[in-house]
Design a protein around this ligand. Structure first.
Ligand code: ADP
Ligand code: MG
Length: 381
């Protein structure tokens, strides 16, 4: 990828250039916990956006996207927002850097990537983090990595119309090979845990479906969580977020809240505990427990939180039937990918069965993404 980028850069702009990259991400466990003040547990993957970026001594950016085969030129003032969606991510990062007092001037760039777009691996965060990291280094702004992640998040909010949390950009900026990162979404404290599943592989199966309920259902889930937390708070004032509640405290208010809210809260409180259990298991190198927790999360998301769908449940059932170590829906739900922890020797038969049986039922094969936990944002040349 690097050679291709540098060759294109030389052709368009002449000469050499520094090269930067940042990664997409997976989240092993900890879903719908972020807005409840709980933990998420992401890691950067071996799929990246890579960019040659070189200051050009003007006040304009000239950006070429290899994957779109398009050039876009834009200025750095607020009113210079470019037309192309892909260029808005770069423009947004420039603007958000400037808003934080960072220096950024014109540059030439050529970039491409192999993070699948819109598949739940956060190609957009990889793109933002690549440019946030590079601009910070090229103009020596000294912005810390957390703020670089926030630059990416604010870019999504203010220039791309996506009200996302911090997890994706955090993972892309902080990723480390062979490590997952447990992030406390209330305090923003984080800790690295080893993830070296020898004898296992991590593979995602993309259902390639997106059911439309997602955003209204999401708002309803948030409401349920807030209701449950409010009921618990009356007896236990220290409960700021639902994740602060003990399971026992939820049982105390069972009769006071709608059954639906109870089930949603049961999932969230269980999920927060499962992240902790997975971290313990990783410190003992016990990947069987990790896998079991993944199945429990899938069950919770499907039956308690009710954000799964037929296609995802089908893949999770098949995984269970074939003795795959762990499988669950990854991301918000209603479509997208399952994330699977599979023993090496089971990998081939599982993937073949998933393709054949899924396509017999749904008319298309799931897409397969192998992932390895890898480094996040860095300069690579
Ligand atoms: P994801 O879940 O992958 O983050 P998004 O819709 O948030 O999906 O972001 C995808 C967008 O990010 C694309 O529409 C494009 O604008 C930009 N993008 C991602 N990867 C690339 C790439 N390789 N080249 C150009 N733009 C990209
Ligand atoms: Mg995105």
């Amino acid at each position: 990828m690097k050679e291709q980028i540098l060759a294109k850069f030389a052709e368009l702009f002449g000469g050499e250039s520094p090269v930067f990259a940042s990664a997409g991400r997976i989240n092993l466990i900890g879903e719908h916990t972020d807005y409840n003040g709980g933990y998420v547990f992401p890691g950067a993957i071996d799929k990246v956006i890579m960019a040659a970026i070189r200051p050009n001594g003007t006040d304009k950016v000239r950006a070429y996207s290899i994957d779109y085969g398009q050039m876009c030129e834009f200025g750095l003032k607020e009113e210079d927002k470019p037309e192309q969606q892909w260029a808005r991510y770069i423009f947004g990062v420039c603007r958000e850097t400037a808003k934080r007092g960072g220096k950024v001037e014109g540059f030439d760039t050529v970039f491409c990537g192999n993070v699948p777009l819109g598949a739940g691996l956060s190609s957009s965060a990889a793109l933002e983090s690549t440019f946030a990291y590079a601009i910070n280094e090229l103009w020596q702004n000294g912005i810390d990595k957390f703020e670089l992640a926030r630059i990416g998040q604010s870019t999504e909010h203010n220039y791309c119309g996506v009200k996302c949390g911090i997890m994706d950009q955090f993972a892309s900026c902080f990723g480390k090979a062979g490590c997952l990162i447990r992030l406390n979404c209330k305090t923003m404290e984080y800790k690295y845990f080893p993830f070296n599943p020898k004898g296992y592989r991590l593979v995602l199966l993309d259902t390639c479906v997106k059911h439309e309920l997602a955003s209204s259902a999401y708002n309803k889930r948030r409401e349920s969580c807030e209701n449950a937390a409010a009921a618990i708070r009356k007896r236990h004032p220290e409960v700021e977020f639902l994740s602060d509640a003990k399971r026992l405290w939820l049982d105390e208010v069972r009769e006071e809240i709608p059954q639906e809210d109870f089930l949603r809260a049961e999932y969230v409180i269980g999920e927060v505990q499962r992240v902790l259990d997975v971290c313990d298991a990783l410190e003992r190198d016990d990947y069987e427990i990790v896998g079991e927790m993944m199945y429990q999360t899938h069950f919770g998301m499907s039956k308690l939180y009710e954000v799964s769908c037929d296609e995802l449940d089908f893949l999770a059932r098949l995984a269970r039937k074939m003795d795959v170590t762990g499988c669950r829906v990854m991301g918000g739900g209603f479509g997208g990918c399952t994330i699977n922890l599979v023993k090496d020797e089971l990998y081939q038969p599982f993937i073949e069965a998933a393709k054949a049986q899924f396509s017999a039922k749904y008319g298309h094969e799931p897409k397969v993404y192998d992932v390895v936990i890898s480094d996040g944002a860095s300069r690579i040349a």
